[in-house]
Ligand binder design. Structure first.
Ligand code: FES
Length: 104
């Protein structure tokens, strides 16, 4: 059954930056703001042990993992550039009372 998790204040998610937030299972999500809308993906690159919040660069809706320069579309999780071939897990985001919530 999906569980709703409150991550942080929406204002903490800033265009051009990547905000890391912890999940109850010990993993992390990465939050991005693209054209005013907040998106959430798994924080770990699907190609290796890189945190996208710590090692990634967001440009528009594309995050680049600087370990091997693979890229993903953060709005869909789909891999865009090699060597990334497996999509990032994405989470539906809602804003409730100014707080970012996702379903996990
Ligand atoms: Fe991210 Fe290789 S670990 S591209």
């Amino acid at each position: 059954m999906p569980e709703t998790v409150t991550l942080c204040a929406a204002e903490e998610v800033v265009e051009g930056e990547i905000k890391q937030a912890p999940l109850p299972d010990g993993s992390n999500v990465a939050l991005y703001r693209v054209d005013g809308t907040i998106y959430a993906t798994a924080d770990m690159c699907t190609h290796g042990e890189a945190s996208l919040a710590e090692e990634g660069i967001i440009s528009g809706k594309i995050v680049e993992c600087t370990f091997h320069f693979g890229t993903f579309d953060v709005t869909t999780g789909e891999p865009i550039g090699m060597p990334c071939e497996v999509a990032l897990k994405t989470y539906p985001v809602t804003i409730v009372d100014g707080q970012v919530q996702i379903e996990v």
